[in-house]
Design a protein around this ligand. Structure first.
Ligand SMILES: [Zn+2]
Length: 261
């Protein structure tokens, strides 16, 4: 059976002199891995080798029982094959590669997430457009953080950021982190608690990371992320990388390229 879908390439590896194995995140089918036979030939039905982040319409044999589907058509969206502009900016490219790695690690084959498909494409577009601005690195980190949080939400791992993940609303006086922060309270992030932890609860969570007030405020009010300073964004990204490392039981490969940045 042939399936048509919209897709973005999140991984492409050489399989032979002429073929590739590609992983697509598709809108209606979810993640699929497929063999693109002859894609590296000069004349193929795929307009040349398929590059990571290229997106468009695909047709593939949908056998499901076999691990690899067979890609029969790929028609890249107008504007050329993917996001060529990214290659001009290493940090932007690394952010996109990191997002793709996390998307690949946290989703299952044939498990559709249409909204996540849209938010990933939007992330790639926004990242590509940000590159001409003066403080591109700051903007890029903000986009990456927002994508990472939407990814966690879409795969059912949304962190609890609007109150203490442990004691919830039981402290009447401490309704939101903003209220707490006004009183110069302390907040932490704990991966095992999957969210923010207040000062009263922090002792029970050895994996906690202390947050600055600004970072805790940004996490509990995501509208602040876009305006946050690079220092705060770097702090939040470190916390998220720690969190993804705990979830995946290994540090994501691309993480070191982001922190080094
Ligand atoms: Zn608490």
């Amino acid at each position: 059976m042939l399936t048509k879908d919209l897709a973005v390439c999140i991984r492409a590896i050489d399989y032979s002199e002429t073929s590739q194995i590609v992983t697509f995140f598709t809108k209606a089918t979810g993640k699929i891995s497929a063999i693109a036979k002859g894609s590296k030939r000069l004349k193929s039905s795929f307009d040349g080798p398929i590059e990571i982040f290229s997106h468009g319409k695909i047709v593939f044999s949908d056998t499901k029982k076999e691990k690899l589907a067979t890609l029969t058509e790929f028609e890249a969206a107008s504007g050329g094959p993917g996001f060529i502009g990214l290659h001009k900016n290493l940090f932007a490219l690394n952010c996109c590669l990191f997002a793709a790695e996390l998307l690949n690690s946290l989703t299952h084959d044939y498990d559709p997430h249409p909204e996540l498909f849209e938010s990933f494409l939007q992330f790639l577009h926004n990242t590509n457009e940000q590159q001409t601005t003066s403080d591109e690195r700051q903007d890029m980190l903000a986009l990456l953080i927002l994508f990472q949080l939407s990814l966690l939400k879409e795969v059912g791992l949304q962190p609890i950021l609007n109150h203490c993940a442990n004691c919830k609303t039981s402290h009447e006086r401490r309704v939101t982190p903003q209220d707490a922060l006004r009183r110069n309270d302390e907040y932490y992030f704990s991966s095992s608690a999957n969210g923010l932890i207040c000062r009263d609860c922090e002792a029970s969570f050895p994996d906690k990371m202390r947050l600055t007030n600004t970072a805790a405020n940004c996490l509990s009010n995501l509208n602040m992320i876009a305006e946050a300073k690079k220092k705060t964004l770097t702090e939040i990204e470190k916390v998220l990388i720690h969190h993804f490392t705990e979830i995946l039981h290994r540090q994501p490969k691309m993480a070191k390229h982001i922190l080094r940045g």
